[in-house]
Design a protein around this ligand. Structure first.
Ligand code: NAX
Length: 328
């Protein structure tokens, strides 16, 4: 029998946590043959709610679930962690300045990064979901100097999946016929969903669509502002779709991208495509045997260049702000 994989989930009592944990325990994170042990990290006031969720997990009698620990101590939560999903974050309160938001998140992601540095397993893989995801990942990354760059990622898979769905609807095909969509930049309204290299049923997506007005005025804003549209419609932010994207991100990272396709991940830039090295920015990546590589050699047209640059500029501003706060 396989040794269980230790999976740490922060913000476990939140709405994404509730949509995520049952699917992890039923094998949708790593595979239907991989047993898991869950470590739930919450703040003290939410521990009781996390215990309630753990009771429900017990009640599912999932064969793959080999244990659940609940704690408010990051050093305990990340001890021996192989996979970490950092979902809990400080939301922007009304009237909060960006500096206050970043400082509050520094208070969460610095100790978590340190705990990962000190206690996680050697093969640790980290996905930051909590917003501002890219910059929170940068904070955690810089608090963990002994962990390699390529273990810290930020989630743009929900944006990627949203782009696939919108493009499939426009082209009148199934989502399985859409390949090689890319999200560039920040997980924010400045993100750039790129279809110039995408394929629809084997043909170039931009040529199939052949509608630059739709691209600029409908597709890009629809994908970039989808989170706000969900809040408007549902009265609460994306939860099940965000949890699904977190599972997709980690499953793809561990198990590999399909031949002839790629995915989007926020990763530490190596300077590719003019994105300053060290920023955590979204790129097209292929994955294999638990590691990833940026897809190289894509031609970037002027339309794309301007949009990638704008989102990267926002990431640089966020980086400069957390640097000024002494968080990185
Ligand atoms: P909730 O407010 O429902 O849950 C957050 C949970 O995190 C709470 O239970 C809270 O007690 C916990 N928490 C706070 N500080 C913590 C700490 N220091 N350690 C451990 N737990 C802590 O939010 P939810 O809807 O679940 O969303 C979670 C995060 O995901 C938010 O930051 C949200 O903005 C972000 N999202 C990111 C997305 C992405 O694509 N990257 C999409 C969905 C989502 O908006």
């Amino acid at each position: 029998t396989r040794t269980p994989v230790n999976v740490t989930v922060t913000g476990a009592a939140g709405q994404i946590g509730y949509a995520l944990l049952f699917r992890i325990a039923s094998g949708h994170l790593l595979g239907a043959d991989v047993p898991v042990k869950l470590r739930l990290l919450e703040i003290a006031p939410a521990l009781k709610a996390a215990e309630g969720t753990a009771m429900e997990l017990d009640d599912c009698a999932f064969p793959l679930l080999r244990g659940i620990d609940i704690t408010d101590d990051p050093n305990v939560a990340f001890d021996g962690a192989n996979v970490a999903l950092l979902v809990g974050a400080r939301p922007r309160a009304k009237g909060m300045e960006r500096g206050d938001l970043l400082a509050a998140n520094g208070g969460i992601f610095t100790p978590q990064g340190k705990a990962i540095n000190g206690h996680a397993a050697d093969d640790i893989k980290v996905l930051v979901v909590g917003n501002p995801a890219n910059t929170n990942a940068l904070i955690a990354r810089s608090a963990a100097p002994d962990v390699p760059d390529d273990r810290f990622t930020a989630m743009t898979r929900l944006d990627h999946n949203r782009a696939i769905s919108q493009l499939a609807q426009k082209a009148g095909v199934g989502v399985e016929d859409v390949k090689k969509v890319t999200i560039w930049g920040n997980h924010s309204a400045t993100q750039y969903p790129d279809i110039f290299h995408a394929e629809v049923a084997g043909r170039n997506a931009a040529e199939v669509v052949n509608d630059e007005k739709w691209l600029a005025e409908e597709f890009i804003p629809t994908v970039a502002k989808r989170g706000a549209a969900i809040i408007e419609a549902r009265g609460a932010s994306s939860a099940a779709s965000a949890a699904n994207a977190a599972l997709d991100h980690m499953h793809t990272w561990v198990n590999g991208t399909a031949e002839g396709d790629w995915t989007s991940m926020g990763i530490v830039s190596d300077g590719s495509y003019g994105v300053p090295a060290g920023l955590i920015s979204s790129f097209p990546v292929t994955t294999k045997d638990g590691s990833f590589e940026i897809v190289q050699g894509l031609e970037i047209n002027d339309f794309s260049r301007a949009r990638i640059d704008a989102s990267v500029k926002e990431l640089e501003e966020e980086r400069d702000a957390v640097r000024a706060l002494g968080l990185i």
